[in-house]
Design a protein around this ligand. Structure first.
Ligand SMILES: Nc1ncnc2c1ncn2[C@@H]1O[C@H](COP(=O)(O)OP(=O)(O)OP(=O)(O)O)[C@@H](O)[C@H]1O
Length: 718
């Protein structure tokens, strides 16, 4: 113990010295004397990142030691530290480094050249003890379990924690899997799918930092509470250039305020809705029922149906998105109208051979038309400029428009009451409608070009290739700073994550999708667009699916994009739910998905779930008793139940979350509340890490009552 403590004290001294040095460099970069604004930004960001990396190691810097058979000793920790004075000898090995791997995977039977594994336990900066495993000897004890059990038994605090010290071998194999494409991590509740996916991101960033960091990583989760729950894991591993978003956030600036009826969600989630969107756009490209007369100074011109039809056909045939094709429509309509007008104005004195005079008259007419309100109104009516929001809101709130495109199920009175299933549709429409170009001022353009010139210079001098690999575009290939201006319009010091989150057209290098079983076909299209390199970690459990538009099988959603090129790995051990509670959940699972094997709990907690049957009038009192008694204990608690129980959270909002204690109210109504009631009940039953209580008035559902599981009946207090 004495020597381990002394070693770790030295490591912290080293860490502090390093931090002081980086802090100095950071301050220097902030002052940025003599450098350009761009150079300063780059330097400040680099030093800030290094400071963040060193900052994560304040607690539990070193958590393990590996002794190799050949006598080599490696200390394993949250970051790597080296002794510069001794030829960069590693003092501490980053947990992600290849040489750290046996710490997680070596076993008594397969020691991987190791003799001993020590797990160091610490409080703050102090080593409080260690457990040790002797590898490669039949009598070697498996002591790793002690650290794991301590970790999984510990009361939960605010959000998920990293598991670097106790990653299990089956998890490590997934974290380090060398598969650049789509990897599906499957497994029952509590098997660590989420936490493993996040550690995989940290691993990928460590291993391919240059390549990944430029375009960043996106983590998609089901709701803000879940993102909040998992939000600390990556920063605690020193990785903060990651964007977290719900599917509802994928169109920047949109606020989801409503929920769809299941029928509407199903229509919006399926790929058939693409036909609805195309038809809705076509429906807005109209022909005038009566000709429009536009009074110009010398002549009245007529915009009639045949003219509009020709222009509409040409515009459609151009293959351009709607808003961009408007220019084609406008050009043809204008051409026809001006030709007719010239014919009339020039009758008797102007011939086509007199090109100059003809063009002069045309120029006057063009100028006049461009300013004419009746002409503008006519064009706007026949080929309006459309934003995705406006198009969809107009469609949803008009029974006639919906009827015209065969999507009556989508009606809602407030067209703008956005739901999460509208997001992929809006995103699709951005491409189908195309851009409405807003003019940029000369001054803005000049400033952007100047900034880009600075970036270009740095790219060339420092040879930082900031471009995507796929672009095959090196800085030297770029001749004009103006070309770069488009990509570097941000003059501020926002990092990749911030810029990416605000930019709908940003493409990420890697995307993690959690609770992926809930995503519709349309959601997948949005995500695939965000990651052209198709590098995904997909996390899900088909048995927990509740969305009617969600995935029935992984192949059904993935084969369309990466046929035969996606890998899947399964996790089988439940680290969250103790066996006493899991038995109950497994009975429910057996009822609604008999083919699915429930995960096996890694521990039991010695406390059986309890139940209490009371009248509904007593629910409020019992719930407050539960919250009161839980507030006296360390850890977290929640009440889960149907939507009409005051103080209860509906099961779908607890997906991916966990609590020390759960009180489940009226499971019978959770089960029958909607078509996915059994999955909801399964989710609710698998949230507790220690204690589960059930409060009910109605008899327990057969799935629970009829199982072999005994549920202790709590003594009702008088
Ligand atoms: N190796 C480990 N060491 C310590 N704790 C672990 C380990 N693996 C998983 N856990 C813990 O188990 C709990 C469940 O993990 P996680 O939430 O990632 O599971 P999940 O499979 O995503 O569950 P769900 O499907 O219910 O969302 C978390 O508290 C996590 O920290």
């Amino acid at each position: 113990m004495r020597s381990e403590r002394a070693y770790v004290v030295e490591l912290y001294e080293k860490l502090d010295a390093e931090r002081a040095r980086v802090e100095d460099r950071y301050q220097e970069a902030l002052r940025g004397t003599g450098t350009s604004l761009v150079e300063r930004d780059v330097a400040v960001r680099a030093q800030a990142r290094e400071l963040k990396r060193l900052g994560v190691a304040d607690h539990g810097l070193c958590f393990g030691r590996l002794d190799a058979v050949d006598g080599e000793r490696r200390y394993i920790g949250r970051i790597g530290l080296f002794d510069e004075a001794d030829d960069y000898r590693p003092l501490l090995v980053d947990w992600r480094a290849p040489v750290a791997r046996p710490f997680y995977t070596a076993t008594g039977a397969s020691p991987e050249g190791m003799r001993r594994r020590r797990q160091l336990h610490s409080r703050g900066r102090e080593i409080t003890g260690y457990t040790e495993e002797v590898l490669g000897r039949p009598d070697g004890e498996a002591a790793g379990d002690a650290a794991l059990l301590a970790a999984v038994n510990a009361p939960r605090g605010e959000g998920m924690r990293d598991i670097v010290a106790t990653i299990q071998a089956e998890q490590d194999r997934i974290i380090r899997l060398d598969h650049p494409g789509v990897l599906v991590i499957e497994g029952g509740p509590g098997t660590g799918k989420t936490v493993v996916a996040l550690h995989r991101v940290a691993y990928l960033l460590y291993t391919h930092r240059e390549r990944i960091e430029r375009s960043g990583v996106l983590v998609v989760g089901p709701n803000p509470a879940f993102l909040n729950h998992i939000g600390r894991v990556l920063p605690s591993l020193g990785e903060s250039d990651v964007v977290f978003a719900t599917t509802g956030d994928l169109v920047p600036g949109l606020h989801v305020t409503a929920e769809d009826r299941p029928e509407a969600a199903e229509v919006k989630g399926s790929l058939q809705v693409l036909d609805v969107l195309r038809a809705a756009i076509a429906d807005r490209q109209r022909l005038p029922e009566e000709p429009r007369h536009i009074e110009l100074e010398d002549v009245v011109v007529r915009l009639d149906a045949p003219t509009a039809e020709w222009a509409r056909q040409e515009a459609r045939d151009s293959g351009l998105p709607h808003n961009e094709a408007r220019a084609v429509f406008l050009e043809i309509v204008t051409y026809v109208l001006t030709e007719r007008a010239i014919g009339r104005i020039g009758k008797g004195w102007l011939t086509r051979e007199d090109t100059e005079a003809w063009e002069n008259v045309r120029a006057d007419l063009l100028a006049e038309l461009a300013e004419h309100p009746d002409f503008a109104a006519a064009v706007e009516e026949l080929w309006p400029v459309l934003t995705p929001q406006q198009l969809l809101a107009d469609l949803y709130s008009s029974p006639d428009r919906l009827l015209a495109v065969g999507a009556e199920a989508l009606y809602r009175s407030d067209g703008h009451a956005w739901t999460v299933s509208d997001v992929p549709l809006l995103d699709e429409l951005v491409d189908l409608l195309g851009e409405v170009k807003k003019p940029r001022s000369n001054a803005e353009e000049a400033a952007e070009t100047e900034y880009a010139a600075g970036v270009l210079e740095i790219l060339q001098t420092e040879r930082h290739d900031l471009m995507d690999d796929e672009d095959h575009l090196l800085a030297q290939d770029l001749l004009h700073a103006a070309d770069l201006a488009e990509r570097f319009v941000e003059h501020d010091t926002r990092d990749v994550a911030e810029r990416a989150a605000a930019d709908r057209d940003w493409t990420y290098r890697h995307v993690v999708v959690d609770e992926a079983q809930e995503l519709s076909e349309m959601d997948w299209r949005v995500l695939m667009r965000r990651c052209p390199s198709r590098s995904f970690t997909v996390v899900g459990d088909l048995a927990q699916r509740r969305s009617p538009a969600g995935a029935a099988t992984w192949g059904a959603v993935l084969d369309r994009y990466v046929p035969g090129r996606w890998a899947d790995r399964e996790l089988t051990v439940n680290y969250r739910t103790p066996s006493e509670i899991m038995e109950l959940a497994a009975a429910v699972l057996a009822g609604f998905a008999p083919d699915v094997t429930p995960p096996e709990s890694v521990r039991s907690c010695g406390v059986r779930p309890w139940r209490r049957q009371v009248s509904r009038a007593e629910f409020a009192r019992c719930i407050s008793e539960f919250t009161e008694s839980e507030s006296q204990r360390e850890g977290t608690s929640i009440v889960i139940g149907p939507p009409d129980v005051p103080g209860a959270v509906v099961p779908s909002d607890t997906k991916g979350l966990e609590f020390d204690a759960v009180l489940l109210v009226e499971p019978a109504r959770v089960l029958t509340g909607n078509a996915q009631g059994a999955a909801d009940l399964y989710v609710a039953l698998t949230r507790a890490t220690q204690r589960l209580g059930i409060l009910h008035e109605e008899p327990l559902p057969d799935l629970l009552a009829g199982s072999e599981v005994t549920i202790e009946t709590a003594v009702v207090r008088q």
